[in-house]
Design a protein around this ligand. Structure first.
Ligand SMILES: [Zn+2]
Length: 320
């Protein structure tokens, strides 16, 4: 199965940003973009089991919870939603919330949602670029303003809101109380250096997330035998004659990816299913990678930010 450049779909959110460049282009009508969903191109593509997103926040997101696998299955869903965040950019006062200050009974949790006191009961943590946070299904959480976050998650659309800062969107009190684990949550994941190039950020039964830091003008072979997502954060890479830059992503499965790093260092995230791959990456002689790149072509879909459509009307990014 060939590797694919993926389609990046911008999703409007009330807490998003007007100008998410360089990650993607602004909406022509100036509406705020909160999420960029990376999806397999083409309507006939089977949805992947993981969902990769970029989030852009100018206001806090709702305080929310997702089901874990056990709760999801108890209500007839195939899986829950555990997610992990990699902080790409953060303002000096940026923060995220994970878990509650103390254990709550279900009735106490219900009461705190109904009287909005839940907003003062979640535990906020300052975050900086490079931080990694794991959010197991069932963990009450929120993301503050001033952040760009790369998120990898089990594919699920179940989000139960507990508090929404007066934004008039629905709360999901019954489901939130049933799905939430109302205790203190573990915060931050300790990264593990696997090699000079590989840093293991998260490994759990649902996905593995790694960061790759590769020197300029080098060639590499990436083993994508399993469902694998690659998201460029900085630098460029040429993959089978197509170039990806910051915000560009590829998807591959049952495949091998040979690629060439451009004239700046490449930092990218790689997410895949299964256990931590022992041989995910190895260097190639340049002639090998260049030869491979002239073989099969990628779908020439937009992975690097699309050409601007409406320069003149773009609003400036809100100061966060
Ligand atoms: Zn969430």
């Amino acid at each position: 199965m060939p590797i694919e450049h993926v389609v990046a779909r911008a999703v409007t959110k009330p807490w998003g940003v007007a100008d998410p460049r360089p990650w993607t282009q602004p909406n022509c009508d100036g509406t705020a973009i909160g999420e960029l969903w990376y999806e397999r191109a083409g309507a006939d593509r089977t949805p992947a089991s993981l969902l990769l997103k970029l989030l852009f926040t100018s206001q806090p997101l709702s305080i929310q919870v997702h089901p874990d696998d056990a709760f999801a299955r108890s209500i007839g869903l195939s899986n829950g939603k555990t997610e992990a965040w990699y902080v790409v950019e953060a303002t000096a006062d940026a923060k995220v919330a994970l878990g509650l200050r103390r254990p709550f009974s279900p009735s106490q949790l219900r009461q705190s949602i109904e009287d909005s006191s839940i907003a003062g009961l979640v535990v906020w943590h300052p975050v900086a670029a490079g931080d990694v946070i794991l959010v197991p299904g069932g963990t009450i959480h929120a993301i503050g303003a001033g952040l760009v976050i790369a998120e990898i998650q089990q594919r699920s659309d179940r989000t139960y809101r507990l508090f929404d800062y007066g934004r008039q969107r629905d709360l999901h009190i019954d489901c939130a109380v049933a799905a939430a684990k109302t205790g203190v949550a573990e915060y931050k994941v300790r990264s593990t250096r696997l090699s000079q190039q590989r840093t293991l950020l998260v490994a759990n039964p649902h996905f593995v997330l790694e960061r790759l830091d590769l020197p300029p003008d080098t060639c590499w072979h990436l083993d994508a035998a399993r469902e694998t997502w690659l998201l460029a954060l900085s630098g460029t890479a040429t993959v089978r004659s197509c170039e990806i830059a910051a915000g560009g992503a590829i998807f591959a499965t049952f495949d091998q990816i040979d690629f060439h790093v451009g004239d700046a260092p490449l930092t990218c995230l790689v997410a895949y299913v299964g256990e931590v791959a022992r041989k995910l990456l190895h260097p190639l002689a340049r002639s090998h990678a260049d030869g491979a790149s002239s073989g099969r072509d990628l779908t020439p879909a937009a992975t690097a930010p699309a050409a601007p459509q409406c320069h003149e009307t773009w609003p400036r990014r809100n100061k966060r």
